[in-house]
Design a protein around this ligand. Structure first.
Ligand code: 5GP
Ligand code: ZN
Length: 142
């Protein structure tokens, strides 16, 4: 895509600090470095979001994430955990509309990353949960 910033990075039209590259993906540092080593794993094929992956692309992209995560972790003994996030849609904080996976190494409770998880345990009864699940099941593809 012509005006896509990540396509430009993939094509080396914009420089990036790249830690891994193959035929299918490029992994480079996020410019914001939320925490040191914050990396984006990006498919070379321009797909907007998770909803646009077919199984083959998903396999080729996501299978590389553990290897890259391990390398980041092994690079620094201060890394004691990692959040892996994948934002889809503006409401979900996606700002670059070329799909990507964030690998955010974690150093302490006070590093510069946080997430809020609401807790709605027990607010919906089992019947409602089952109805919700059934609606999703109707749309699963083989
Ligand atoms: P999103 O908000 O879409 O999940 O994440 C997009 C990420 O892309 C942001 O964390 C942002 O810092 C990063 N980003 C935006 N422009 C550039 C750039 O030109 N180079 C790099 N390396 N990262 C970028
Ligand atoms: Zn793109």
């Amino acid at each position: 895509m012509d005006d896509c910033i990540f396509c430009k990075i993939i094509n080396n039209e914009i420089p990036s600090t790249t830690i891994y590259e193959d035929d299918d993906i490029k992994a480079f540092f996020d410019i914001s470095q939320v925490t040191p080593g914050h990396t984006l794993v990006v498919p070379k094929k321009h797909v907007q979001d998770i909803f646009a992956y077919d199984e083959d692309l998903a396999e080729r992209v996501f299978k590389k994430v553990p290897m890259i995560a391990r390398a980041i972790k092994a690079s620094n003994p201060d890394i004691i955990g990692m959040n892996i996030c994948q934002n889809n849609g503006e409401i979900a904080y996606q700002s670059v509309m070329h799909s990507h996976i964030h690998l955010v190494p974690r150093y302490s409770k006070d590093d510069d990353f946080s997430m809020h998880w609401g807790d709605n345990t027990g607010l919906v009864d089992n019947e409602q949960l089952q109805a919700r699940a059934d609606k999703i099941k109707q749309h699963l593809e083989d």
